[in-house]
Design a protein. Structure first.
Length: 214
């Protein structure tokens, strides 16, 4: 498993201390995820609730788990007892359910608002106009068992780096626009484009395949 440790170091060498690395464990084996843990990493992200719960059951308790994929309201109860951050809040109904389950577990659950910036219908998230309404009406203040700490977004799946850069710049300008609100984290950038994301101002990247590639 030395290659995983080497991959981790290679990625860490390309980011600054101000950027948090979330290791995406989607479709990875427990053994490989454990190898990354043993290499010193503690922040992991999963796309699917079932995989997140399964891995959290067998990995050490000091892992900080993020859910980064589309989250259905009926799945929130399974992760509410332990999830560190929900990165993919894309509608108020979901936020309401998170607040409900957080209350049941005597927790305050941190979350990011997912913003839709890519020109792909398969992506989820608030539109720019919806986000403006969310902040204008201070919707975040209605749910005391949750804590809004940032926004997240994904660029289009394309080889056009200028398009990717433009979409990330839109995210960054949106993040900057709401600095009078409780935003701390701008989560953007994955294995194929995280370097561009960091250049555009990301302070959290979600990297998977680059960490586990042999």
């Amino acid at each position: 498993m030395n290659y995983i440790s080497n991959n981790l170091q290679s990625v860490l060498d390309t980011i600054t201390d101000s950027v948090q690395l979330v290791a995406v464990t989607k479709n990875q084996t427990i053994a490989d995820v454990r190898a990354l843990y043993e290499a010193g990493h503690r922040v992991f992200g999963e796309n699917r609730v079932q995989e997140l719960v399964g891995k959290s059951d067998v990995l050490p308790d000091d892992v900080q788990w993020h859910i980064i994929g589309h989250l259905q309201t009926n799945k929130v109860k399974y992760i509410a007892p332990f999830v560190n951050l929900i990165q993919s809040v894309d509608n108020e109904k979901l936020l309401q359910e998170i607040d409900k389950q957080a209350f049941k577990n005597n927790r305050v659950i941190k979350y990011l608002l997912q913003l839709h910036i890519a020109q792909e219908e398969t992506k989820f998230g608030f539109s720019l106009n919806e986000l403006q309404g969310f902040f204008a009406n201070k919707i975040y203040s209605k749910y005391p068992n949750t804590q809004l700490i940032g926004i997240m977004g994904m660029a289009s799946n394309t080889e056009n780096t200028e398009k990717i850069k433009s979409e990330f710049q839109t995210l960054k300008s949106t993040f900057d626009k709401y600095q009078n609100t409780p935003l701390q984290i701008l989560s953007m950038g994955m294995s194929g484009d995280y370097k561009i994301a960091i250049e555009c101002g990301s302070n959290m990247v979600r990297v998977g395949s680059a960490l586990f590639a042999k």
